[in-house]
Design a protein around this ligand. Structure first.
Ligand SMILES: [Zn+2]
Length: 336
């Protein structure tokens, strides 16, 4: 997701924050803060492309999408751009490092962390001379994926990058970063786009009932797209509250466990909101049960949060979801 030869931004809502950053050009190290699904990684890539763009004078806005540098970013071969992602994201987005085998090592799971040896390699790279003479950009995303050692190794470079080198760190939750990392960066906030703009963009991607999925994703368009791509459409989403209230765990069959738990957490949130007379946030109002047991909802909420804290679910996933749906049914049905 970078600017192509037509010069259009991959995500239109990034235009304003991009213009603001390019107009100010402040520190060498930026912290790009955006919720997951808002487009923090595409923003970092477009910003790097703009910094490296070689278009001159009054011509098209940066990044132009057509110069030699822009072409190299598009083909992921720019010698002055280092994109450092955890291996899981490198494989998902195709930004492999020099040592990565294209197929991966079947014996071990791809790492979700940015490791210290990877950060050290990036720092070594940053100290070499710029190949095209426009400076260099090191993009790390998400910065929370750096473990303590990796983040510590980066501190000196963040504070004082080699001449001509800029750093951009994407982050969803700055509170998870070392305070010393935060304090060395200038923060750029990437808000979620206005709903109508996001809906227009999602419709252009071929989504039906985009407004329902956008709400399901908490207003984050790339999350809405990911929901649709995982087979969850507006009809399945809107049917979920009644299915859980009826104890029908089959409604969640085939959902990845983290998505199923997230969907139930959102249902729990909305049921509580409606129970106290507020508007729901994630589900269409008509899809929600009118009344619920507030105490049981609070218990359900705690149980869901406990499970959500664990990334991996070694126990039987089917039984886990069934137990949570059963608890949800009790919470969404008033005792007679
Ligand atoms: Zn260009």
């Amino acid at each position: 997701m970078v600017v192509g030869p037509d010069g259009a931004l991959p995500l239109p809502w990034l235009a304003a924050p991009l213009a603001a950053v390019l107009a100010q050009q402040r520190g060498h190290s930026l912290l790009l803060h955006g919720a997951q699904g808002v487009g923090t990684l595409p923003f970092g890539l477009v910003l790097a492309q703009a910094w490296l763009c070689e278009s001159e004078g009054e011509g098209p806005a940066r990044p132009c999408g057509r110069c030699g540098s822009c072409h190299l970013v598009q083909s992921r071969l720019h010698p002055d751009l280092f994109v450092l992602l955890p291996e899981t994201l490198r494989r998902a987005h195709g930004w492999l490092l020099a040592d990565d085998k294209p197929e991966g090592d079947d014996k071990k799971k791809p790492s979700r962390q940015v490791r210290i040896d990877e950060v050290r390699a990036a720092i070594d790279w940053a100290h070499k001379t710029s190949a095209r003479g426009r400076g260099k950009v090191l993009l790390i995303h998400p910065a929370e994926a750096m473990n303590l050692q990796a983040a510590s190794a980066l501190l000196k470079t963040l504070e004082e990058p080699p001449a001509g080198t800029r750093l951009a760190l994407g982050v969803a939750d700055p509170a998870l970063l070392l305070p010393t990392v935060r304090s060395r960066c200038q923060r750029v906030s990437l808000p979620a786009p206005p709903a109508d703009e996001a809906v227009r963009w999602l419709e252009a991607q071929g989504l039906k009932d985009a407004a329902v999925l956008l709400a399901a994703a908490g207003g984050r368009p790339l999350e809405a797209l990911a929901l649709a791509e995982s087979g969850i459409d507006a009809a399945r989403w809107s049917a979920l509250p009644r299915a859980v209230a009826a104890g029908q765990g089959a409604a969640l069959a085939g959902w990845p466990v983290p998505r199923a738990i997230d969907a139930m957490q959102k249902l729990c949130h909305d049921a509580l909101a409606v129970a106290v007379g507020g508007p729901p946030r994630y589900y269409p109002a008509a899809s929600l049960p009118r009344r619920a047991d507030a105490a049981a909802l609070a218990d359900w909420s705690r149980a869901l949060a406990r499970v959500a804290r664990h990334d991996e679910h070694p126990w039987n996933e089917g039984l886990l979801l069934e137990a949570l749906v059963t608890q949800g049914r009790r919470a969404l049905t008033l005792p007679s």
